[in-house]
Design a protein around this ligand. Structure first.
Ligand code: ZN
Ligand code: ZN
Ligand code: ZN
Length: 264
């Protein structure tokens, strides 16, 4: 399995507009690991290409990371930073001459159908500028190209939100509470990519580093990577930042960065 981190940033992206903090200043330097587009990954598994979320930066993300094929899109939830590149599925659909199957919580699929109604009206809207989507709401484990995909229900604000598991890989980009039953669904993962917005455990909708670490300690994956990161966390000084917060960062936990490729 090959996992490409297309985006590792929170909903604002990093740099944050008009922010002059050290992280944001560094993020504006070409090639900085602190430059973070909105969270999304691309997974190649058993010869199939699965796209997780379609961020506002989607078309740039897939171009820059040389993603040349997408077989299906799997959405985690309906927040704008995870769905608002959806119109740009037109390019992969046009190049591959397909209608794109999309999967996600029923609520997410419904909101995509509302926001992008023309992408579901094949008879009305035709031509090279429009892609067509094939909706598949999911609530439980499902088979996709002969691979089991397991939704991991989490609490994240007021919208229905899933992480996902495929084989021994878990992806949970937006989470405030990971219920015990969902933790069980992640037992045995070797690679975990999980939300860690900042060092503030009181954020209403996201894990902080400390909470992501607690989950990693319980699951004991070989490696845990933190994503959906805001500008408070700086790649250059992350271990030092953790020490300042009184956090003893284990060796198997690192920050994600855009363009990172993980093999499993
Ligand atoms: Zn998000
Ligand atoms: Zn900043
Ligand atoms: Zn969200």
């Amino acid at each position: 399995m090959k996992i490409t981190i297309l985006g590792s940033g929170t909903s604002t992206g990093v740099p944050e507009y008009k922010c002059e903090c050290e992280t944001c200043q560094d993020a504006r330097v070409y090639g900085s690991k602190n430059y973070r587009t909105r969270s999304s990954i691309h997974v190649e598994s058993a010869g199939k290409h699965l796209q997780f979320d379609v961020a506002p930066n989607f078309i740039d993300q897939i171009d820059r990371n040389k993603i040349d094929h997408i077989d299906a899109v799997i959405y985690t939830h309906c927040h704008a930073d995870h769905i608002s590149g959806t119109n740009d599925l037109v390019m992969p659909c046009r190049k591959q001459q397909i209608d794109m199957p999309i999967y996600g919580p029923e609520e997410t699929i419904r909101i995509i159908q509302r926001n992008y109604d023309y992408m579901f009206l094949k008879d009305t809207f035709q031509g090279g500028g429009v892609a067509h989507l094939l909706p598949h709401p999911v609530a439980e484990s499902f088979s996709l190209f002969d691979q089991e995909v397991i939704p991991i229900p989490v609490q994240h604000g007021t919208v229905v939100t899933y992480g996902y598991r495929i084989q021994n890989f878990g992806y949970v980009p937006d989470v405030k509470v990971l219920p015990e039953a969902s933790l069980q669904l992640l037992q045995g993962v070797d690679l975990l990519i999980i939300d860690a917005l900042s060092f503030n455990p009181g954020h209403p909708t996201h894990f902080a580093v400390q909470q992501a670490m607690e989950v990693s300690e319980k699951l004991q994956p070989k490696a845990t990577y933190l994503t959906h990161i805001m500008h408070r966390l700086d790649h250059r000084y992350f271990p030092e930042q953790c020490r300042e917060q009184g956090i003893d960062l284990p060796d198997n936990i690192e920050l994600c960065f855009d363009g990172q490729v993980l093999d499993l």
